[in-house]
Design a protein around this ligand. Structure first.
Ligand SMILES: C[S@@+](CC[C@H](N)C(=O)[O-])C[C@H]1O[C@@H](n2cnc3c(N)ncnc32)[C@H](O)[C@@H]1O
Length: 204
C-alpha cells in the first residue's frame, strides 16, 4: 500500500526563523494572524487597537521583509512578526494560552487531492492553536475553497478544545472587522466566488 504523504516537517525545521523586532525566548500576545500576506488585516487591527499586542507569522521571506518595512513606516509598536512556517514556529516559541483571537485568512487551499497533506488546519495544527488560545478565545478561518472549509469543519469535530459556533459555517462577515477586507478576499469576491467563514471558540 502506498505510504500517505506527510508534510516535510524535518526539512522545514532546519530553515532559520526571522524575527521582528528581535528574537524572543517565548512569544505571547493578544491577537495572532497566521499568513498575513500584505498585512491588510494585521495593520488595520494594530492601528485600531494600540492597546493590543499583535503577532503574525508569515512564511514567505519577501512578504516578511515588506511587512517589517511597513511596520516601521506606520510607526507601529504593537506588532511582533516572525518569518517561518507556523507549524514549526508555534510549538517552538508559543508556550502559553494567551491569544483572544487567532486569524487564518485565505490560506493556500492546496485544491488537488494529492497535495491536500500540505493544508495547514489539520487536526494536529488545530490542537496546537487551541493550546495557545485563551479560554473562550476564538479562531476565525476564511477561504474561498468549499472543500477546504468542509475539511476544517470535520477536523474541528475531532478537537475537543474547540466548539464550532457556525452551522457549520458562519454568515458573520464582521468576523473580519476590517471594512476594506483583505487582498485575497477582494480578489475572490471580484471573481464572483463564495466566501466560507469558520468561527470556533475555545471551551471555557
Ligand atoms: C493566499 S495568502 C493570504 C494572505 C492574506 N491573509 C489575505 O487574506 O490576503 C496566504 C499567505 O499565507 C502564507 N502562508 C502559507 N502557509 C503558511 C504557513 N504554514 N505559515 C505561515 N504563513 C503561511 C503565505 O506566504 C501567504 O502570505
Amino acid at each position: 500500500m502506498a505510504k500517505e504523504k506527510q508534510f516535510p516537517i524535518e526539512w522545514e525545521s532546519r530553515r532559520p526563523a526571522l524575527h521582528y523586532p528581535d528574537e524572543p525566548q517565548a512569544i505571547t500576545g493578544d491577537v495572532l494572524e497566521i499568513g498575513p500576506g500584505r498585512g491588510d488585516m494585521l495593520f488595520w487591527l494594530a492601528q485600531q487597537h494600540p492597546e493590543k499586542q499583535m503577532v503574525a507569522i508569515e512564511m514567505m521571506l519577501s512578504r516578511f521583509r515588506k511587512l517589517t518595512k511597513r511596520i516601521e513606516r506606520f510607526e507601529l509598536t504593537n506588532i511582533r512578526l516572525v518569518r517561518g512556517n507556523a507549524r514549526i514556529i508555534l510549538p517552538r516559541y508559543f508556550l502559553t494560552p494567551c491569544f483572544e483571537r487567532v486569524y487564518v485568512l485565505f490560506p493556500d487551499p492546496w485544491p488537488k487531492d494529492r497535495h491536500s497533506f500540505m493544508r495547514l488546519l489539520s487536526v494536529e495544527f488545530l490542537n496546537q492553536i487551541a493550546s495557545i488560545t485563551r479560554e473562550n478565545g476564538e479562531l476565525i478561518f476564511a477561504t474561498d475553497h468549499g472543500p477546504y472549509a468542509e475539511w476544517v469543519v470535520r477536523n474541528l469535530e475531532q478537537v475537543a478544545a474547540f466548539r464550532n459556533l457556525g452551522t457549520p459555517f458562519s454568515a458573520d462577515h464582521t468576523l473580519i472587522p476590517n471594512p476594506d477586507r483583505t487582498y485575497f478576499e477582494k480578489k475572490w469576491r471580484e471573481q464572483g466566488k463564495s466566501i466560507f467563514f469558520v468561527h470556533a471558540q475555545k471551551n471555557g
